[in-house]
Design a binder for this molecule. Structure first.
Ligand code: ZN
Ligand code: CU
Length: 479
């Protein structure tokens, strides 16, 4: 009997560690990587010649809002088609669990349906649903502080009371016990903006000593960015936990160029704390439609609107002109709605992306009618545009930022590297042609140059499309 299920022969191996690529064969057995090196094809049940195509660990999308998509469309095509094999859900303070029957106020409506849809009162229930209906990629999850507030608080325009904090703490403890890898916060958003640092620190007390982490969507990514970073760093420092600053950016023309200041603050903080960051490779952001964001954006593109779905994919100024109202009034008329904001400086995007502690996360919004192209294009854009064309860093560094670095920081043991014993989450791509094809004008478009994607050893995506495999697993912290 053959020792290996499959031998991938003659790969240009980029192992995820950031080390220089090398020619190698990789053997798969029982969903894991069995051997790496010069291998004897006689030991394999089947052999595939890669002829120098790049072979890398499957990409890890560390910043997603895929909580509901994992269940509502388990094919996970927007991610799998990019070579992503693991997603981290529950970012920005908003997680589907444990919202329970509470109202899905914005921005929770980005992951939970306002009307019906499946709801989960606990992380145990959410994980059980994922186990019962496995998605095509692996997932790990954060518990969102905004979700906890909406679930437990009688009013959101004030800090939590002692009793509310105790209720939220119990839910955090349940999430961590069930296997959540950490918690996320989103004080930028209305339902959590009245939360103080002290509230958050007390709610997240169960993280202390657990090995779980905090992902922070900070209060302000504009003029007050440094103060907002310091507030977030302070919470993690008091709890003694690892921290990820989410989708790091500088928004608004007045703040263009200030990534030199914020990255210097990261350097300074990293001398005493375990902090890192993720970013998406675009100079435009996307979230719910807000007048304050539209005000500082050069232009605003509507991605969805419940009362006026016909305006998805159109610019706010044009919509306002057509409706004969001011843009701020149009923002009100379209609610609830989402938008893309062209509000960043490309030089900042490049400087942040190139920072050694920066991981790639898409921040894709999978339920938007006319989504930001990052949903389908973030990973190939880093490989093609930023590494190959812009030469911002070597291809090995690009892959490291989406694999080994990410698995290490998020505590995903046994993933993110091509090493014997690691899960056979793998992507085969053509380094000469890999590219994003999703654009702001045509955002739903699979990547070019992704040849094959394996999830836990099962080929799930090929140049011909989705294979139908659903080999993903819900990854529990520490297991
Ligand atoms: Zn966010
Ligand atoms: Cu996000």
């Amino acid at each position: 009997m053959a020792a290996w299920d499959l031998l991938l022969r003659g790969a240009h191996l980029i192992d995820g560690s950031g080390a220089p690529a090398a020619s190698a064969d990789v053997a798969l057995a029982g969903g894991r990587i069995a051997a790496v090196g010069r291998l004897d094809p006689g030991d394999a049940a089947s052999v595939r010649d890669l002829d120098g195509l790049a072979l890398a660990p499957g990409f890890i999308d560390v910043h997603t809002h895929d909580d509901r998509l994992l269940l509502s469309d388990p094919s996970m095509t927007p991610k799998l088609s990019q070579g992503v094999t693991t997603v981290i859900a529950g970012n920005c303070g908003i997680s589907l669990a444990p919202l329970g029957d509470a109202e899905a106020v914005p921005p929770i409506n980005l992951v939970a349906e306002v009307e019906d849809g499946r709801r989960f009162g606990s992380f145990a229930d959410y994980f059980a649903a994922l186990d019962a209906s496995p998605p095509s990629v692996n997932c790990a999850a954060l518990v969102g502080h905004t979700t906890l507030r909406v679930r437990t608080m009688a009013a959101l325009d004030r800090p939590a009371t002692g009793a509310e904090i105790a209720a939220m703490q119990a839910l955090v403890a349940e999430a961590i016990e069930a296997g959540a890898i950490g918690a996320s916060t989103g004080t930028y958003y209305g339902p959590a903006s009245a939360a103080t640092a002290d509230e958050i620190r007390r709610v997240l007390e169960p993280l202390r000593g657990s090995g779980a982490l905090i992902a922070s969507h900070i209060r302000d990514e504009t003029d007050g960015v440094l103060q907002a970073m310091r507030e977030a760093f302070g919470i993690a420092a008091e709890l003694g936990v690892r921290q990820v600053i989410s989708h790091h950016k500088l928004a608004g023309k007045a703040n263009f160029g200030r990534s030199s200041e914020t990255l210097a603050l990261f350097d300074e903080t990293r001398k005493r704390a375990d902090v890192c960051l993720d970013c998406y490779p675009y100079a435009a952001s996307s979230t719910i439609l807000r007048a304050d964001a539209a005000n500082i954006a050069a232009s605003t593109l509507v991605t969805w609107s419940t009362p006026r779905p016909e305006f998805a994919g159109r610019y706010l100024d044009a919509i306002a002109a057509e409706l004969g109202v001011a843009p701020a009034a149009a923002v009100e008329l379209l609610q609830p709605a989402g938008a893309i904001y062209f509000m960043m400086d490309e030089a900042d995007v490049e400087r942040i992306l190139a920072y050694p502690e920066t991981m790639v996360g898409s921040d894709g919004l999978p339920h938007d009618l006319f989504p930001h192209p990052r949903l389908w294009g973030a990973f190939p854009r880093v490989l093609g545009h930023y590494a190959r064309e812009r030469k911002l860093f070597p291809l090995e560094t690009a892959v490291h930022k989406m694999t080994g670095l990410s698995a290490g920081r998020f505590g995903l043991a046994g993933r993110g590297l091509v090493r014997p014993g690691y899960a056979a989450d793998l992507v085969v791509f053509d380094p000469d042609t890999v590219a994003d094809t999703a654009t702001f004008a045509k955002p739903v478009s699979p990547a070019a140059g992704i040849v094959s994607v394996f999830v836990n050893g099962v080929e799930s995506w090929t140049a011909g499309g989705h294979t139908g495999a659903r080999a993903g697993t819900a990854i529990r912290r520490g297991r």
